[in-house]
Design a protein around this ligand. Structure first.
Ligand code: MRU
Length: 364
């Protein structure tokens, strides 16, 4: 059974033996797709931001498990006589190890763990309901269905987030965004860019300011590229210019994505986001966080519990600073919930107090 291609940034190869990604680290200069069929390549693709953006990482992880499960099923098939356990159980155990390995690639975006856990839970349930008598290739198909469901649901979630977000904007608004939370970071529409793109489709005009987003320039390379390609009015600014465009009265709303939202609303997103929120508060500009339920971590009470990824100092030094200068390179920061006007999800708009509004929509 072949699966439908649902997006252009993460999908399966025609023979379904590899996951294909659009290499985001080379955009916009080069449009190159990579075909990945083993766990080492998959781990590296996440680590080096070839695939990036919290929801896209989750979608990728789901398809990775499907491709890896197929490999394992073929290996089991070759060695059927030597197995000490039921084949489906062997598959589950080996796949669990690979899921743990992929999960160790980046710590902050909860969507990675969420997607891996979801696929493994579905595998465990199937194993239990069949008492592990299911044929490995049938179990693989079940894993593929779950991975596809993650992507299909993400498309729908982004659409709803875009609609809710758009309800908060007016024609002609100036909007500041940080990093990239567009279609490249999800499967379609995006989160923070969703309301802008949906409004644009409906004939509304906005003026977007895209922070370049040091050190890896997701704003300059990806947000400016995506919005420009869609015909949206976008102006690129250096990160340290956000205060000036706000002071000039050019920004009526800030829209940002998220990598993990704690139960009290504290939000981890690309480094520099909390500074934007502080500036927005100073200038009385609403600061909106947009993200799907898979980014809300109700098991994490506050932002203090979020692990922040530290990356290679060379990303900060670039070609400019002396080699020997030490650099600090946290990839994300945590915006305090008190700075956030609303968190926009596929289930609606959550307002403070977030511990109550998030619990109402995402509590168990
Ligand atoms: O390091 P990145 O590029 O993966 O960081 C991405 C962000 O911080 C995004 O804002 C976030 O993942 C939301 S994407 C819809």
């Amino acid at each position: 059974m072949s699966r439908e291609q649902l997006a252009e940034n993460v999908f399966l190869s025609e023979d379904e033996r590899s996951v294909v990604i659009l290499d985001q680290s080379r955009l916009p200069q080069e449009t190159v797709c990579l075909s990945l069929d083993n766990e080492q390549e998959m781990f590296d693709a996440i680590k080096t931001l070839k695939v990036r953006g919290a929801p896209a990482i989750g979608i990728f992880a789901g398809y990775c498990l499907y491709v890896l499960a197929q490999r394992i099923a073929h290996e089991i098939d070759q060695a059927a006589d030597d197995l000490q356990e039921l084949p489906a159980r062997v598959l589950y155990n080996r796949l669990s190890e690979q899921a743990a390995y992929l999960n160790s690639s980046r710590p902050t975006a909860v969507n990675l763990k969420w997607a891996l856990d979801r696929v493994m839970a579905c595998t465990a349930q199937t194993l239990e309901s069949t008492q592990a008598m299911i044929a490995p290739f049938d179990l693989v198909q079940r894993i593929g269905d779950e991975a596809e469901a993650i992507q299909r649901e993400d498309i729908e979630m982004c659409r709803r987030i875009a609609e809710y977000g758009l309800s908060l904007l007016k024609e002609g608004d100036g909007i500041l965004t940080h990093c990239n939370a567009g279609p490249l970071a999800t499967s379609r529409y995006g989160t923070a860019l969703g309301p802008i793109l949906l409004g644009h489709d409906q004939g509304m005009d906005f003026k977007v300011f895209a922070d370049e987003t040091r050190p890896l320039m997701q704003g300059a390379r990806l947000t400016a590229y995506e919005l420009n390609k869609a015909g949206v009015d976008v102006t690129l600014i250096c990160d340290n210019m956000a205060s000036t465009v706000m002071k000039n009265g050019w920004v009526q709303a800030c829209l940002v994505g998220c990598d993990r939202v704690a139960a009290n609303g504290d939000t981890a997103n690309k480094i520099g986001t909390s500074g934007v929120a502080i500036l927005a508060k100073h200038y009385g500009i609403p600061f909106y966080v947009l993200g799907p339920g898979s980014t809300i971590d109700m098991d994490c009470p506050t932002g203090d519990g979020i692990t922040i990824e530290l990356r290679d100092p060379q990303e900060v030094r670039g070609e400019t600073a002396p080699e020997e200068v030490p650099c600090y390179n946290p990839s994300f920061d945590v915006t305090d919930h008190s700075l956030i006007t609303a968190i926009i999800t596929e289930k609606g708009i959550c307002y403070p107090p977030f511990d109550e509004s998030l619990k109402e929509k995402f509590g168990v």
